[in-house]
Design a binder for this molecule. Structure first.
Ligand code: PRP
Ligand code: URA
Length: 207
């Protein structure tokens, strides 16, 4: 298990704008896409390279290329969708799966409604969700992926609470977690503090 906090200044700056309650939906969406692309650099850092002989205009060389690593980007609906395009701009050949979950407003437990994944279970899963609050939704999604036969999973979130990170680490020590910020904690409604509010509503303008 490892937790990677990707606190590059560009990411911190963009995230601060996202957190601001005055930031409109269009800007929020654009920034989430940009941060996801920047985070993608770190999420893909351990991709293995292979060497192929090519010819530059001047001479032959053994050139490094990513060794056919197959990826599936899997957003947890809805909010995870906002992180997909940034990753696809780095990994255009990636497939996209979908897991539908929403948090029940009373219990804060995840309610499952959709699952669609490509057939090849060998693919590396990059599971995306901007918010890791109690960790219930991420753990439910990871469990479903594992039960379906996917074993290589990375979790990419924007903002996490310590409780959410602990929940995922304890249940799934083999899943690496990538974060742009580790916040202070949760309020009485299990929203992240200081957080950025309801990510899905802010991405899609539904409140
Ligand atoms: C949010 C968020 C996560 C979940 C995090 O989704 O995008 O999926 O809550 O909370 P947890 O760690 O306590 O499970 P939400 O239920 O608001 O659904 P939405 O994305 O469809 O709006
Ligand atoms: N879901 C969100 O969108 N935001 C939070 O702070 C917690 C759960």
């Amino acid at each position: 298990m490892s937790v990677h906090l990707i606190d590059h200044p560009l990411i911190q700056h963009k995230l601060s704008i996202m957190r601001d309650k005055e930031t409109p939906t269009s800007k929020f969406r654009q920034l989430l896409q940009e941060i996801s692309m920047l985070m993608g650099y770190e999420v893909t850092r351990d991709f293995p390279l292979t060497y192929e002989e090519i010819e530059t205009p001047l001479q032959k060389m053994n050139a490094p290329k990513i060794s056919g690593k197959k990826v599936v980007v899997v957003p947890i609906l809805r909010a995870g969708l906002g992180m997909v395009d940034g990753l696809l701009s780095l990994i255009p050949s990636a497939r996209v799966g979908h897991i539908g979950l929403y948090r029940d407003e009373e219990t804060c437990l995840p309610v499952f409604y959709y699952y669609k994944m490509p057939e090849n279970k060998e693919r590396l899963v990059i599971l995306t969700d901007p918010m890791l609050a109690t960790g219930g939704s991420a753990c439910d999604a990871i469990m479903r992926l594992k039960n379906d036969g996917f074993s290589r999973i990375k979790l990419m979130c924007l903002v996490a609470s310590p409780q959410g990170v602990k929940a995922v680490c304890e249940k799934f020590p083999d899943v690496d977690i990538y974060l742009a910020a580790l916040d202070e904690g949760l309020n009485e409604k299990n929203y992240i503090l200081p957080g950025l509010g309801d990510a899905g509503d802010r991405i899609f303008g539904t409140k």
